[in-house]
Unconditional design. Sequence first.
Length: 430
Amino acid sequence: MIENKQPSSPNSGSGKEPTKGHIKLTTHPSQRDAASRISWGAASANERGPIVGSVNDGAARNVIGAHSGAYSVYRALAVAAGTLDPVHIADLTDTSPAACIGPYPRWGDPGKIVSLDPYGHMVSEVFAEQLAAGLNITPTIAVTKARINLPEIKDAMRAGRLKADGELLSETGDVRVTKAAIEPVWYLPGIAERFAVSETDLRRTLFEHSGGMYTELITRNDLKVFLPPIGGLTVYCIGDVSAVREPGKEIACRVHDECNGSDVFGSDICTCRPYLAHGIEVCIETAQRGGIGFIVYNRKEGRALGEVTKFLVYNARKRQQGGDRAETYFERTECVAGVQDMRFQELMPDVLTWLGIERIDRFVSMSDMKYDAITGQGIEIGERITIPDGLIPDDASVEMDAKKAAGYFSNEPQPDATQLKIAKGRDLHD
């Protein structure tokens, strides 16, 4: 990480380069004495200390990396182009959360939340004194309210499965939600423990396999918090988000990993959008009965392999001898990517802990990886809900057969070897 000693004002539209100052590496002695130490898992925000990842705060920085994950690259581009003042500090007036989330007792357990800052949405409240003193503390979580509208919800209303109530669900199919956007904040010792590796090995691997992007992973063992350049997640809550505190409130949850092709554009090669829509329907049902529904949407495109790799696998599946069939579903992914799945799920339950969830009554998922990760963190799961057969697109039957054969949770019997050999997916050009 570098910074300009004397950053210039932007020259928007002038075509002129900003004046270059002396480059200071974060490994220089003047940068090593962070003004605000982080005591991860402390009982309160002030005891824990603020997360300061702003590059223009010099020695006050107490993390590796920069805010906004992958979007920090766009920020750098805007500064280089002269359209953004490099020393801009956000005005947080009226940006406070639109709903109350926490604090909860488990926020004070250093092993329960290791991949996000539980106080990331409360910056203007809990760190008001530090902000007033000029410290540049950027929120890593924002909580707002909105309405969502999906054609599948209108279909459920027409079919009589859902009915408008004038509060959560309108006659036009609008669903009132509270939503939270969350950027990743990794506590490296906790991440290492969660994956049962040493912190030294974790730091070295992150350094080497990011192309040496963050030298502080190796040179700054005093910095224990990392803002990784990856996507975060979004939570959509249907019902009163603070009601998780109330005993007896039924909770439904769908933990969903991003699939742009299906979620946004309706591609029928997988069940992602149908399962997401079904999860939202279950959450609405639960909320209308007096409970709460949560959709957790993780940015882990293509099982965290990325969309390019995913499309390469699609081509391999459709072109292989014998056609697209469940028998080779996971094998084709492993041939291209070297692994079947890179999502892992060890960090996923952190957001549930942040929300104050200690049990899930209706879990809309067939993934044992998700189930095991959640229950492994002490969160109880009651009923497990699979996707109804009628919502599975024809071309996605390959995926469903493969998952059932691999032991994913299902109310249906596992397909036998003969069924798995049958090509059920369309040809690439069909």
